[in-house]
Design a binder for this molecule. Structure first.
Ligand code: GLN
Length: 233
């Protein structure tokens, strides 16, 4: 099998800056682009299926998931997004992006679809509808530098995580103490909070590292031919 047979043909440019797309239908796109640029990635906006084929990783920003998914459907992006993620495209979702990546959602309109891929149940506006935004400390596994100061805006939390999902972060203290707010499953990462708004680049750095590793794994797999696909699930 060659890379041409993959659902999404991604360029293999080992060593160069990873191209990371930000789904630019709605939400805080600019903030993610800015953080990615400081980390040595090449950020680009993604609005069309063809643009999706040219990225090494994808950020699904915070915003409003009901609007974002409607626009993804209207732009003919929803199925290509699902295909890309199933094909191993790394993705990171923050807040509404976490909802978009979840396989199951609660407190959502009955017909609200998601891209899916993460084996989690996510509750929308979980911290209480009246709580517009708040800040809290989150302990993040595998992220050096101590607990992270997190900003939550009408945020979801992960109500239930499947056995293949690694819990990366929980709220420390307050009424939501212990709630899961950061997860990883293979090449998919999601946080309930918005690291793109705080100047703390550690979550994005983790994702950029993941994207680089995934690209190298895929290049290895392509070099070695059938039966060796690197880290691709
Ligand atoms: N409550 C929003 C939603 O359901 C998410 C809020 C956010 O991304 N800040 O999509």
């Amino acid at each position: 099998m060659t890379t041409a047979a993959l659902p999404v043909a991604r360029p293999s440019r080992r060593g160069s800056a990873p191209v990371i797309g930000v789904l630019a239908l709605q939400g805080d796109v600019r903030e993610h682009l800015a953080v990615l640029a400081t980390l040595g990635a090449e950020p680009v906006t993604v609005r069309r299926p063809a643009e999706l084929g040219a990225v090494d990783g994808l950020v699904v920003p915070g915003g409003e998931s009901t609007t974002m998914v409607k626009l993804a459907h209207r732009f003919g992006l929803l199925e290509p997004l699902r295909t890309a993620l199933r094909g191993g495209l790394p993705a990171y979702g923050s807040c509404a992006g976490m909802i978009m990546l979840a396989d199951r959602i609660l407190d959502a309109p009955a017909d609200q679809q998601t891209i899916g891929g993460l084996d989690v149940t996510v509750r929308r506006n979980a911290f209480g509808r009246q709580v517009d935004s708040f800040e809290s400390v989150v302990e993040l596994a595998g992220v050096p530098g101590g607990p992270l100061h997190a900003v939550f805006i009408r945020a979801p939390w992960v109500e239930q995580a499947g056995s293949g999902v690694e819990v990366l972060g929980r709220v420390v203290g307050g009424p939501a103490d212990g709630r899961i707010v950061a997860v990883r499953q293979g090449r998919l990462v999601a946080t309930s909070f918005h690291p793109e708004l705080t100047g703390d680049t550690r979550v994005h750095a983790l994702f950029v590292d993941l994207v680089r590793a995934a690209r190298d794994d895929d290049a290895e797999g392509a070099d070695h031919g059938p039966g060796d696909r690197g880290g691709r699930p």
